[in-house]
Design a protein around this ligand. Sequence first.
Ligand code: IPE
Ligand code: IPE
Ligand code: MG
Length: 264
Amino acid sequence: MWKKILGLGTPKREKDLVALYDRVPQEKRPRHIAVIMDGNGRWAEGKGLIRTAGHRAGVGTLLDIVQVCVDFGIEVLTVYAFSTENWKRPRPEVDFLMSLFSEVLEKEIQRMERDHVRLRFLGREDGMSEKLLGEMRAAEARLAGNDGLQFNIAANYGGQDEILRAARTLAVRAQAGEIAPEDIDEAMFAGALDTAGQPPVDLVIRTSGDLRLSNFLLWQSAYAEFWFTETNWPDFTPEEFVGALIDFAHRRRRFGGLNPSEEK
Ligand code: IPE
Ligand code: IPE
Ligand code: MG
């Protein structure tokens, strides 16, 4: 039964995870989780395989984590799939990743539909093939009416690029007389970003041991909590993910202020 719903593994494993997360109070749960899925290449190298084998193995992890988020009722999950800097990689690796996106999108769209997932791609269009862009837009449109997990895939995404594009959009509107420069506040700016209408990031998870943002969600992560693991993305498990959520529930977030117990 659980296997059928979650597609993860043994029924006991599913039940245990759900039971574990059920104990986390609602107000301690992250609304928006962002994941830097790093370490596919290192995973493959460690096994004597070519780097692209790591990317393929990483897809399995992603599907599991999406499934956990669906089951836990997480509001927004954003994953970093390809950065604006990743074009610097050898052409065959870039081509492999692009065709993998296409393949996975086609294979998984039905499951996302069944799970009421809404999909949005974050990032710039320049550089992506017309064919892939068409598939991305079609998938977004097909899932647009859903009300479940908001699943964002950052592909050809850079935080600085996103901020620049938003600034340009607002500058054009100001030039056209639609808005006054002094009207531009944080809310309006956030509304011009690719994540328009979504809550800010609460938790950033990065796998594979590097302690940096690599140009991911710079604006949205202003007050995010960070959680790092040495585990390479293909080896990252739902259990470890739930561990991150439980750690998050124990963080004391202040947002620049003080918690009630500290106000003395
Ligand atoms: C992350 O894994 C996936 C992408 C960047 C597309 P990497 O390919 O960066 O793996 P490492 O960091 O080289 O191990
Ligand atoms: C960040 O990982 C981008 C993705 C996971 C898609 P990178 O592997 O590109 O980051 P750096 O180059 O180590 O900072
Ligand atoms: Mg990497």
